[in-house]
Design a protein. Structure first.
Lengths: 615, 285
């Protein structure tokens, strides 16, 4: 193995040095910032060169990590390549770089034909770039003791091989200059013609990847730096930069995998929870394409408003700001394994080999393709393609999309469902209320989600019709209604909305033994606000039945609330009853004093006035 | 295991029925279990005392008086409407049942929906004795109760009350594994409903269905025709198992001497036909 690399190293040493240039010590750590002089010189040299578009392709890893399926997204025929894989394939320019079986190969992304292949001795592939004539690839040495940078021309000739004890990231190449991120903050520019470090730039953000996209060269990992004339001021934090707004996402996904980590050929949990975005440059700088960034969580895809930079929404007591709002949510039939943001949307592929294109604005599916079989990992690269399929004429509303997702009966989705439930709960749409009612009524709803749904429902202030429809249902063993509606939260909301039409339904729930004690407390509290004369008999019945037999604090609270209601609605008849109860030692201890308090204000003029008014 | 569970349930059901029937027979013959005590004159006063111990003692006196406690019923009803602590509530509910006073059914209906399942069970048991349309209404609703015991007692009580209008509900209950419903259906069904019950053989546990068919077979001829009884015997005979043989033998043994000879003949033939059934006495191993 070593012999192979040594042979290549001999080739590297034969390359002549360029005259009159600043010679830098390759990947040295005693480098001093040159104020952007060297990187500006590189910009002068390659800035005007056209950046060839990279392939628009979806790759599936199938079988036992020994089969690669390529699906060009322009509709060309798919191809397969049988080869053992020890790392995730990488799309670099117009080629696909494949590592495994002790060699590295470059394949034409459109056909799968081998462009070149070289032995590696089993080094781990980290990343690769290609400018149409040369491919550069970075490898990690065994034991993490350093890296190897390999540049191979499309004719198979090794242009340069550099070994270093530094951990290199994923490189790019343009105009025979290799752009190599390393140490998390540097990008060194290696002149492939002589092997020298022609320039270096320090970036003020974690950076381990370089790539070309949209006719520009980019560096980044947690954000995006465009390589342009402003790169000379990068060390002062003034490079052209774009970033995705911070937001809590299910599974805490990464925007990009660190470039110094070799990705396993088969997908893992991190591939199912990913964040996607695409930077786009303009004369003014760089921004996030379409104002959207995306996230996947198993079979959920979500689009977020990237223009909102954290609107300080309160996520609840003790919870931090949760950032930009969800713009859309898409429930898919299978788990997403990979994808890429494109202009106008996102292309995602799933573990069944389906490739879907979703519209950036609405999340509607605009196109679909098929890798032909289930896959165990998937890589998507999109450069010049733009989502231009026919979106649905009337896309689902966000409330409907969120409803679909939160009602999905799939335990692995709960974390994302809880997040989206919070979004749903903040929407003014009455459909959101309906979704919360349905979710809280469905016996299949997971306990975690149920707690959230009930809490959100209690805070709704619209959709009374849906709430009342739910209250009309009761536990009924013979009719297989085995979960009562979420009576407590609904009662709380209806009470707060002063929804008097709900009073008869609320009264009927005073006597449903399947409702929880908390439901009864909330129902009674709501009736104290919205109850009227027709509900008096039921309320008086409840007061009589439970004033001496309330078994819990909640039912005791309910007794007191109902006492307030009946005294307020019909003081003449009810007051003596409540007075008698307050004086009766059989009345539950927790209620007696409070019943006395209920009676006290009624002796004042204000209390009597209130009673008259209520009547 | 399922069979054991069903048999255990059936055992409870049969025990309840046997007791109810024995008491019914005793009452019919005018020989109650024990002569009712006379209601003390101060009972109502003690019920109204507001003192838990006195109320409890007065309730006990009313229970002892059984139907003779009727004069105290309005007071007990009033106490329940105004509210009592839980142990006294249960006691008052049971007491009202002992008085067999229909006037108590309304308030017992209230308590058949109490939050405490023990109170609800006591209420539906009492409703079976106080009777009346409001009792039937409350018991039909209680078939859907979350508590299995409340459902079971309600099903049995509807049979006891001869609530023919509840047969449809009882079939739904039977389909929902309220096994006690079978016996009540057997007591209440008319021709097609009785056949429908027999049709449950095979889909519902045998002992559960025959718990109802047993009732059908012993009902008098004007109520259930001989043709229907012969049909039922035929359905059981078709089952052809040892348990079918055992059931037929039980019916044979209970068949009244003056009962229909035609039905008797069909029973005898069915017993013979099923004697060789696997597991039945006389079968060939």
């Amino acid at each position: 193995m070593k012999g192979r690399w040594l042979a290549a190293a001999a080739l590297a040493s034969a390359v002549a040095c360029g005259g009159g240039q600043t010679r830098l010590n390759l990947f040295s750590t005693d480098w001093e910032d040159d104020g952007g002089v060297s990187i500006a010189r590189v910009w002068q040299r390659v800035g005007s060169l056209p950046v060839p578009p990279a392939a628009d392709v979806a790759l599936g890893v199938a079988g036992h990590a020994d089969k690669l399926i390529g699906l060009p997204l322009d509709g060309s025929a798919k191809w397969t390549f049988a080869h053992p894989l020890d790392a995730r394939p990488i799309v670099a320019g117009g080629v696909v770089v494949v590592s495994g079986g002790g060699e590295v190969c470059a394949l034409e992304a459109t056909s799968g034909h081998v462009v070149w292949r070289r032995p590696t001795g089993g080094l781990a592939l980290l990343g690769a770039g290609d400018d149409g004539t040369v491919t550069v690839a970075a490898f990690r040495k065994p034991g993490d003791v350093g890296s190897v940078l390999l540049a191979v021309a499309h004719d198979g000739q090794v242009v340069r091989q550099i070994e270093t004890d530094k951990m290199l990231g994923a490189p790019a190449v343009l105009g025979r200059m290799a752009f190599v991120p390393w140490a998390g903050q540097y990008v060194s520019v290696i002149d492939l013609s002589n092997g020298d470090e022609a320039a270096r730039v320090t970036l003020r953000e974690e950076t381990s990847r370089a790539w070309t996209q949209g006719g520009a060269l980019w560096f980044g990992e947690v954000g995006y730096f465009r390589f342009d004339e402003r790169m000379r001021d990068a060390s002062k934090g003034r490079a052209t930069h774009a970033s995705v707004p911070a937001r809590k996402l299910p599974g805490t996904p990464r925007l990009m995998q660190p470039g110094y980590v070799s990705q396993a050929p088969l997908a893992d949990a991190e591939d199912k929870a990913r964040e996607y975005a695409r930077a786009v440059g303009s004369d003014a700088g760089a921004t996030i394409e379409d104002g959207r960034f995306y996230a996947t969580y198993f079979r959920i895809a979500m689009g977020f408003d990237a223009t909102a930079t954290g609107d300080e929404r309160d996520a609840g007591p003790g919870q931090p700001d949760v950032g930009p709002r969800v713009a859309w949510a898409h429930l898919h039939g299978a788990n997403f394994l990979g994808g890429a943001a494109e202009s106008g949307g996102i292309v995602l592929c799933d573990d069944q080999g389906k490739v879907v294109e979703l519209d950036a604005k609405t999340g509607s599916q605009v196109a679909e393709a098929d890798l032909g079989e289930p896959v165990r990992a998937c890589v998507v690269n999109v450069d010049s393609r733009r989502a231009n399929g026919a979106a649905e004429a009337t896309p689902k509303s966000l409330a409907a999309q969120l409803t679909d997702v939160v009602l999905a009966d799939d335990p692995q989705l709960v974390v994302a469902q809880r997040m989206l439930l919070k979004e749903l709960a903040e929407m003014g749409d009455e459909l959101a209320t309906k979704a919360l009612v349905d979710l809280a009524s469905d016996p299949r709803t997971s306990p975690d989600l149920l707690v959230d749904a009930r809490a959100a429902l209690a805070n709704r202030r619209n959709g009374a019709t849906y709430m009342e429809a739910a209250l009309a249902r009761h536990y009924d063993y013979l009719k297989d209604v085995l979960r009562p509606p979420p009576v407590g939260p609904i009662a709380h909301a209806l009470g707060a909305m002063n929804e008097k039409a709900a009073a008869p339904l609320l009264a009927s729930h005073l006597f449903d033994p399947a409702d929880t004690d908390d439901d009864v407390r909330e129902t009674a509290a709501a009736l104290a606000r919205v109850g009227s004369t027709p509900e008096l008999p039921a309320m008086r019945q409840f007061f009589g039945m439970y004033r001496a037999s309330a078994g819990t604090d909640e039912v005791t609270d309910a007794v007191v609330s109902i006492a307030k209601a009946i005294v307020s609605l019909d003081p003449k008849a009810s007051r003596p009853e409540v007075e008698a109860a307050a004086a009766d030692t059989m009345t539950v201890a927790g209620a007696r004093d409070r019943l006395a308090e209920v009676l006290t204000p009624m002796t004042s003029d204000a209390g009597l006035d209130a009673a008259k008014k209520a009547k | 295991m399922r069979g054991f569970s069903s048999l255990a349930t059936l055992g409870i059901c049969l025990a309840f029925l046997t007791q109810a029937r024995a008491e019914g027979l005793a009452r019919a013959k005018g020989a109650g279990p024990s002569p009712a005590a006379t209601l003390p004159t101060d009972t109502v006063k003690r019920l109204r005392s507001g003192d838990a111990a006195q109320v409890k003692a007065a309730l006990d006196d009313v229970r002892m008086a059984a139907k003779g406690g009727a004069p105290a019923v309005p007071t007990i009803v009033d106490l329940l409407k105004r509210g009592l602590p839980e142990p006294l509530t249960e006691s008052a509910v049971e007491t009202l049942g002992d008085t067999e006073s229909e006037g108590a059914s309304e308030v017992l209906g209230w308590y058949s929906r109490h939050r405490n399942a023990a109170v609800r069970r006591a209420a539906v048991q009492s409703l079976a004795r106080t009777r009346g349309p409001s009792a039937v209404k409350a018991l039909r609703a209680a078939l859907s109760d979350p508590d299995p015991a409340v459902r079971g007692v309600s099903a049995t009580a509807l049979g006891t009350l001869k609530a023919k209008e509840a047969v449809g509900d009882l079939f739904v209950a039977l389909d929902h594994k309220v096994d006690e419903a079978a016996a009540s259906i057997g007591q209440l069904c008319a021709g097609p409903d009785c056949e429908r019950l027999a049709g449950k053989l095979g889909s519902v546990h045998f002992d559960v269905v025959t718990g109802g068919l047993d009732e059908v077979m012993l009902r008098p001829a004007p109520d259930v025709t001989d043709d229907l009884k012969v049909k039922i015997v035929g359905r059981v005979r078709e089952v052809g198992t040892a348990e079918a043989n055992r059931f037929l033998k039980e019916v044979q043994a209970k068949w009244p001497p003056r009962g229909s000879a035609r039905v008797k003949q069909s029973i005898d033939q069915a017993v013979l036909a099923t004697t060789g059934s696997p597991g039945a006495p006389g079968s060939t191993p």
